[in-house]
Design a protein. Structure first.
Length: 293
């Protein structure tokens, strides 16, 4: 409540923009309400924010804490709803609000020795209902662009087709422990450049594998770099030059975070990948301040 009251006190009138206000009781959740002396409009710290209709902000903060606290294992919506005594649909809506705010955070600039590499996540249309709509009304709902996995020979698609429906995720890590993990649409040079370059400091050393896109990006922007073919060092390569940190980030995604959620839908993939990276050092209260700002 302290954060909500502070946001409301700093905010001007949302109707006329006047800074002349006075206290006007409290809301039913206990937050301070303010009244404009010019137009008589009232507001609180949640007015106009994504949590304006969240009627239990204390529980909302608890959801954010469970999601972002590195010392706490994130629970499913069903289990967290049982713990807090609310509906699982409510937990899901609150989680989506937090994920949207996490996606809006600008990645920090990394310095020193930076490791970068991408991993692949199979495309998922979980919850899209596209096949259901097509089977019910084929005239108005066209057939989805790809077959389901069990319709291919030997119950699995060929490797080339499987890779065509895979989503790349770029991991960037420096030696201080800072990391970003972002989903992007393809592995073409302009796409990687737009994601990678803003995160690299001018004096950083970037390590990557032998993908030619990274060479072109480094040369174009004057970035110091070294190529480790398949992550292996040569005889003259310093021991400090490796890709172990970014590979560990990929392992954490595949072996732990992805297993918890059984592979998130592609439409939510960017939020989930950034969520995993945010657990490495983001304060839940800081996220809440950004939401109500």
């Amino acid at each position: 409540m302290v954060e909500i009251d502070a946001a409301g006190e700093e905010r001007a009138c949302p109707s006329c923009g006047s800074a002349h206000r006075s206290r006007w009781g409290t809301t039913r959740t206990g937050a301070q309400r303010w009244r404009c002396r010019g137009c008589d409009s009232t507001w609180s710290g949640r007015t106009g924010s994504p949590v304006a209709r969240v009627h239990r902000p204390g529980l909302f903060i608890e959801v954010a804490r469970n999601m972002l606290d590195p010392n706490d294992t994130p629970l499913s919506c069903r289990k967290l709803a049982h713990r807090l005594g609310v509906s699982r649909d409510t937990i899901w809506r609150w989680r989506m609000i937090i994920l949207e705010q996490i996606k809006a955070i600008t990645p920090a600039v990394l310095s020193g020795i930076i490791e970068t590499d991408e991993t692949l996540q199979r495309e998922s249309r979980k919850g899209s209902r596209e096949w259901v709509r097509h089977l019910r009304d084929p005239l108005h709902h066209p057939k989805p662009p790809r077959r389901r996995w069990y319709e291919y020979p030997k119950r699995r698609p060929p490797q080339v087709i499987a890779r065509a429906w895979s989503c790349p995720i770029l991991g960037v890590v420096d030696r201080s422990g800072k990391a970003t993990f972002q989903y992007f649409k393809d592995t073409k040079q302009p796409t990687i450049e737009a994601v990678l370059v803003p995160q690299v400091a001018s004096d950083a050393m970037v390590l990557f594998d032998g993908a030619p896109q990274y060479d072109a990006i480094a040369v174009k922007h004057g970035i110091t770099y070294e190529v480790l073919i398949k992550g292996r060092r040569g005889r003259r390569t310093p021991k400090a030059h490796h890709l172990n940190s970014v590979n560990n980030l990929h392992f954490q995604w595949k072996d732990w975070f992805r297993k918890i959620w059984r592979g998130p839908a592609t439409k939510n993939l960017d939020g989930y990948t950034r969520w995993m990276a945010a657990r490495r050092g983001t304060d839940p209260v800081e996220i809440f301040r950004l939401i109500i700002a």
